[in-house]
Design a protein around this ligand. Structure first.
Ligand code: AMP
Length: 220
């Protein structure tokens, strides 16, 4: 029997584990992990026109304007709309969510579930201050609870680990304000459509993924 193609939106404050869970969905359950933040960081490090354009927004933890984000996502959906997708960090505003619905509709597709990974602000700050990422393969570590063997080297590919510029406490606080103001309305948006699933992010990576896996198996 062929498996159902699923499109999941991962919601939650920065640092709640969306990227880690999307990575697991990709490596274990065949999803494409799509992170708009990762697209922007790549463009910035390559110095492209888009990268130069979005750099100041990303550096101060502000949202890139919806039209720009949606243009980037449109291209992705055109190429990958017929695969299972885990959206990580997108949509982040109600106009982005309605834009995503329209883009998927063109492919006779829809968002199947929005999974909210809940986490308190204090825990977000604690986690993000010790988060490190591989420059080469983008794998995420945490120096406190999922440390690499060597604090500056990726266990998987040997790449250099670095701290994201926007993971400094002051920027984290402004990203949390942006989340509360602009992204948390999406919780109601998906709740009204009967698509919201809440998971407790404080339970840690493995427990959260076990629940996510069960959800995917039920939907498939
Ligand atoms: P993230 O890796 O998801 O935490 O995103 C890092 C930064 O990229 C954010 O703080 C924003 O500046 C920008 N960004 C990523 N995704 C979006 C989005 N969907 N809408 C607007 N800005 C975004």
């Amino acid at each position: 029997m062929s498996e159902r193609i699923l499109r999941l939106v991962l919601l939650g404050p920065p640092g709640s584990g969306k990227g880690t869970q999307a990575d697991l969905l990709a490596s274990q359950l065949g999803f494409v992990h799509y992170s708009t933040g990762e697209v922007f960081r790549e463009q910035i490090s390559q110095g492209t026109e888009l990268g130069r354009w979005v750099e100041s927004y990303v550096a101060r933890g502000a949202l890139v304007p919806d039209e720009v984000v949606l243009a980037v996502v449109e291209e992705f959906i055109r190429q990958h709309g017929q695969q299972s997708i885990a959206f990580d960090g997108f949509p982040r505003t109600v106009p982005q969510a309605t834009g995503l619905d329209e883009l998927l509709k063109r492919q006779s597709a829809q968002v199947d579930r929005a999974v909210l990974i809940d986490l308190s602000d204090d825990e977000v700050v604690r986690r993000l201050s010790s988060r490190r990422q591989c420059r080469n393969c983008s794998r995420i570590y945490n120096l406190s609870f999922s440390p690499p063997k060597n604090a500056s080297v990726c266990d998987v590919c040997g790449g250099e680990l670095y701290q994201r510029a926007d993971d400094q406490e002051e920027t984290i606080r402004s990203r949390l304000r942006v989340y509360a103001e602009q992204t948390s309305p999406l919780i109601d948006y998906y709740k009204q459509q009967g698509k919201l699933v809440r998971l407790d992010g404080s339970l840690g990576r493995d427990r959260v993924f076990a629940d996510l896996k069960q959800l995917v198996e039920q939907l498939r």
